[in-house]
Each structure stands twice: as C-alpha cells, then as structure tokens.
Design a protein around this ligand. Structure first.
Ligand code: NAD
Length: 266
C-alpha cells in the first residue's frame, strides 16, 4: 500500500514504471503523464537520443534507457535491473511499435517478421520479464498497446493488424494467469493519433511534417468519429494512466479503446 488509494486513486506516488517507445508520440506522452502523476519512469526506446530527450524533459523522476525490444536479453536486463535498483517494479507500458504497409499478396516475409518482432514479440518479452517480478513481488499493472486496426479489416496493413491482434490475445491470456498474484494486464487500442507514425505520409524534405497536408488528409477521417476528432498522444496517455492506477483495481484483461468512437465493439 502506498497511500495513493486513500488520497487520489489515480495517483502514482512511489510507483516505478518502465515505458517502452518513450522516445516519441504516445510513449513519450505516457512517460510524461505517469511522471506527472508521481511515478518514477524509465523511458526506454531504441532511439537513445529520443529516450534521453524525454527523460530530461521530465527531470529527476525519470531516466533514459537505450532498448531494442526485439533484444530479449536486453529487455530482461532492463526490467530486472530496474526492479533491483529501484527496489520495486509496479508498472510496465509496452508502447514501442512499428508499421509496414502492403497488400497481403505482396508483403515480403521480412516485413511481416519485423512487425511481429517489435509489436508482438517485443511486448511478449517485456510482459514475461515483468510478470515474473510482479507476480513474486506483490502485484503490478501492465498495459500493452493494440490498435483500432484489430476492430476493422483495413487494406494494406495486415502485418500490423495481425501483430496487434496477437497483443490482444497475449493480454487476455496473461491477465487470466497472473490475476491471482495481484497483477493486472490490460491494453489500449487507440484510434488514429497524431504522431510520427501516422505523420510519415506527410514528411517534408527536412524531415518535419507538413501539417497542412496532414490536416487536409484527416478531414474524411474525422467524419468517421462521432466526436469529429483525431487523437492526440495525451488522449491515449490518460487512458494508460487510468489503467495503471488503483482507480482500475477491478479492471484486468480488458481492451480500452480511446478512438473517438470510430469503432464500438461489444
Ligand atoms: N499513432 C496512431 O494512430 C496509433 C494508433 C494505434 C496504435 N498505435 C500504437 O501506439 C504505439 C506508439 O505509436 P506512435 O504513434 O506513438 O508511434 P511513434 O513512431 O511516434 O513512436 C514509436 C516509438 O517506438 C520506438 N520503437 C520502434 N521500434 C522499437 C524497438 N525495436 N525497440 C524500442 N523502441 C522502438 C520508436 O523509436 C518510437 O520512439 C505503437 O505500438 C503503435 O502501433 C498508434
């Protein structure tokens, strides 16, 4: 008991969190939001400079870690070392992800492997490492990142959709196994969010995003949302913060869909 549950059930004082993909977009925002809620955050990303920028932006309650989530040994080392150095591990947010596009009939096997390696197996490695520690150490909360792609059959993103469907099933299976140890496992399935991943279609020669082109392309997509919205990274980070907090103590094995209402599965 840290006292959060008696004061602010959404508070994360004294909690230790590892966030993957913390160098950009949803991962960076989540690292910031968890830190603002009181957590100590390990900001992990394959892009070491980006992870450092996130951690430095947060201040003394964050550290950066260079981590390729496809490197199983490195994932285990980071998670085990964090628990050993900080004396506890309460929160794991698996947010690192990549996308490759292409028709099913054209997808090169290397693209399928690359997407499954990062999105599914990277999440699996970290889940396995953290769930062992949390199960032995009095509980914890894991949030994985699925996608709205699991709710529809969009063309040309089969590899990505399959990887995220696997993340959903991993979330369900792990939740069923570790609940008895006080470990909760959930996922977010974001709708379209304005990040580098979704801005890659609108890159200018200098590497920045052509925001006017992006806004124009978003118009028909906004109409798909009853709220008329495209998401910002914070819209997902706040959902993650809820799931990892004591406010969600009765919630496990669930897929939370911050998606502007674009999909409303039962
Ligand atoms: N942006 C969206 O619309 C959207 C929608 C649904 C789901 N998602 C998911 O949200 C997550 C974050 O996406 P984003 O939009 O913020 O993307 P982003 O590209 O802005 O950030 C992804 C981060 O993951 C890191 N990363 C990539 N491969 C890695 C690896 N092997 N090891 C460690 N880090 C690695 C990148 O360096 C980057 O910092 C992803 O899992 C993505 O699939 C995004």
């Amino acid at each position: 008991m840290t006292g959060n549950e008696l004061t602010d059930p959404f508070g994360l004082n004294e909690r230790v969190a590892v966030v993957t993909g913390a160098g950009s977009g949803i991962g960076r925002s989540t690292a910031r939001v968890l830190a603002a809620a009181g957590a100590f955050v390990v900001c992990a990303d394959v892009n070491a400079a980006a992870a450092t920028a996130t951690a430095e932006g947060i201040g003394k309650t964050a550290v950066a870690a260079a981590l390729d989530v496809t490197d199983r040994a490195a994932v285990f080392a980071l998670i085990e070392n964090t628990a050993a150095e900080q004396g506890r591990l309460d929160i794991l947010c698996n947010i690192a992800g990549i996308i490759r596009t292409g028709k099913v009939v054209d997808v090169p096997e290397e693209d399928l492997d690359a997407v499954l390696d990062v999105n599914f197996k990277g999440t699996f490695h970290a889940c396995q490492a953290a769930a062992r520690i949390m199960s032995a150490g009095g509980g914890g909360s894991i949030v994985n990142t699925a996608s709205g792609a699991v709710d529809t059959a969009q063309p040309e993103i089969m590899s990505y959709s399959v990887s995220k469907a696997a993340v959903v099933q991993l979330t369900h299976n792990l939740a069923a196994e570790v609940g008895r140890y006080g470990v909760r496992v959930n996922a977010v399935a974001p709708g379209l969010v304005r990040t580098a991943m979704t801005g890659r279609h609108y890159l200018l020669p200098d590497g920045s995003i052509d925001e006017a082109a992006r806004a124009a392309a978003e118009k028909p997509l906004r109409r798909m949302s009853p709220l008329g919205m495209i998401g910002e990274p914070e819209d997902i980070a706040y959902a993650v913060r809820y799931l990892v907090s004591d406010a969600a103590r009765f919630v496990t094995g669930q897929i939370l869909r911050p998606n502007g209402g674009v999909a409303m599965p039962w």
